[in-house]
Every structure is written in structure tokens, then in C-alpha cells.
Design a protein around this ligand. Structure first.
Ligand code: NI
Length: 278
């Protein structure tokens, strides 16, 4: 019996590789989260701003609350089962009227995970409209196997390696994932997706959270994750601790160790660990 999604929703996800919109935060909660993010952004040192790009839920209690929010997890559980790890999270922020974009890609390419049983919850903290460069997805592409990618390291590309699929993408089939603040989309790790620049006068802010069932393991090296629901009977990941308080010294220490493991996996073989998003 699904917890949050209807049987029809689950079938659509299995057929298309994505599902939206799902309301998970009220408008007021989304506005409060955006406010906290913008205050943190204004207050933090440059070094911490860089750190914010990697697993910020290990540093801030209000982000820990979002990654374990029942409205998010109930939907995720309907897709990947009751034992859930949060593997990563990051903000995809595009400033107003800027050329930053995300090329067509599959998330699975550099994550080193043993199974495509991986779902991203993308929570909008500002209006994600077509003008603002909402994410675009190509329905059904999650059923393809891993597609080869080329690494462009293009300067305005928000991805770690500027990676893009080495096949022609039929953009006429693209669906715009338009979300209001507090709504989320869910997408499969093999779904081909990307996003164009933000041509609006507001920041476009999305919080992407990567969830895996506990049976998935990391193929590249040792890795860490946060158990957010159920039990971990596998022990494939070092289990992280939630922050006791925002930027608590223990949280900062743990976060640095986890982020280093994470970056080592995402940049494996490139000789780089620069400041891009993932
Ligand atoms: Ni992606």
C-alpha cells in the first residue's frame, strides 16, 4: 500500500522516470528555508560557501529536517522501499539573468553506485518556471542503459565535469518541470535531463536530495551516507550523524570528512576537485 503516491503515480514514475509536482513544504516553509539559505550565504566565509555545495544537510538542522521530511520520504519510500539512505544533497542555484546551465546528462554517470535504484527529490525554494530555467527531462530515457558521456568542463556548466550525453537528444520531447516554491519533483538516476539558463529577474533555487535504498553500495571506494528512514542491515556506507546545531563543531568536522570522500568519488580520475556543483 503506497504511503503518499497513488498506484497511478508509481506507474507513471516507472514509465516516464519522473513525477511532479508534489507539495512537500508550505509556501511559508519554503520562504523560511530560502531566507535561511540566503542569510547563511551572506554570513558564511568563502570557504564555508564552498563547503555548502556538498551535503549541506550535515551542517544545518533546517536542511537535515528537509532531507528527513515525512512528506518527502513517504513519496521516496513508495519508489525505493522503507530503508532509505540520504547519499547526498546540493543546491542548484542559478542567479537572475545569468548563463549558468546544466547539459543533458544522466546522474548515474559518475556516482559509482551499484544499482540504478536511486531517486532524486528536487525541492523548489523559488519559482522554477520555464523563464527561470526549470529542469527539463526526456520521458522514458531512464530505461536506457548507461549512455556514454563526454566531459566538456564548460565554464558555465553547473555539473562537476560539464558532462553531456554522447547521443542526440530529441529536445522536442522535453518536459519542463515547472514547480512552485515548496513543491518537488522526483527523478530516476538514469533519466536524461538538463536545464537552460535563468532569464528571469529572480534567483532560481532548487535543493536536490539523492536517496538510495540501503542495499545499494559504492563501487569506487569508501563512502558515507545518512540513514533517514528504516534500518540499515547492509553496512555498505559509513553512517553519518545529523548536526546537533547549525554549524556545530562536530558537524563541521564530520562534514569535511564526508565531503572529501564524496568529492574523491565524483572527480575520480580527473585530477581535479574544483568548486562546481554535482
Ligand atoms: Ni542531474
Amino acid at each position: 500500500m503506497p504511503k503518499r503516491l497513488s498506484d497511478n503515480d508509481v506507474e507513471r514514475y516507472q514509465r516516464d522516470g519522473f513525477l511532479f509536482p508534489l507539495r512537500v513544504l508550505s509556501q511559508a516553509e519554503a520562504a523560511a528555508s530560502r531566507d535561511r539559505l540566503e542569510r547563511a550565504d551572506a554570513d558564511l566565509s568563502q570557504a564555508m560557501k564552498g563547503a555548502l555545495r556538498h551535503k549541506p544537510h550535515l551542517l544545518f538542522t533546517w536542511l537535515d529536517a528537509i532531507v528527513r521530511h515525512p512528506a518527502v520520504l513517504d513519496a521516496v519510500e513508495d519508489l525505493i522501499g522503507p530503508d532509505i539512505l540520504c547519499w547526498s544533497s546540493l543546491f542548484f542555484t542559478k542567479a537572475a539573468n545569468t548563463p549558468a546551465f546544466v547539459s543533458w546528462h544522466q546522474d548515474s554517470t559518475y556516482w559509482g553506485l551499484s544499482s540504478p535504484d536511486v531517486v532524486t527529490a528536487w525541492v523548489a525554494l523559488s519559482p522554477s518556471t520555464i523563464e527561470a530555467g526549470a529542469m527539463q527531462v526526456i520521458p522514458g530515457t531512464h530505461k536506457s542503459d548507461q549512455i556514454p558521456h563526454r566531459e566538456t568542463f564548460a565554464p558555465n556548466n553547473l555539473l562537476t565535469r560539464g558532462q553531456e550525453v554522447m547521443v542526440e537528444v530529441d529536445a522536442s520531447k522535453a518536459v519542463d518541470v515547472v514547480l512552485a516554491p515548496g513543491e518537488m519533483s522526483l527523478h530516476h538516476v538514469r533519466l536524461v535531463h538538463g536545464s537552460p539558463p535563468n532569464r528571469s529577474n529572480d534567483r532560481r533555487i532548487g535543493y536536490a536530495i539523492r536517496y538510495i535504498p540501503t542495499h545499494v553500495h559504492q563501487l569506487v571506494g569508501r563512502d558515507a551516507a545518512l540513514l533517514v528512514r528504516g534500518a540499515d542491515r547492509y553496512g555498505h556506507f559509513d553512517l553519518e550523524r545529523p548536526p546537533k546545531a547549525d554549524l556545530h563543531p562536530d558537524a563541521i568536522e564530520q562534514h569535511a570528512a564526508s565531503a572529501a570522500l564524496h568529492a574523491g568519488i565524483l572527480y575520480a580520475g580527473t585530477g581535479r576537485q574544483d568548486q562546481r556543483s554535482f
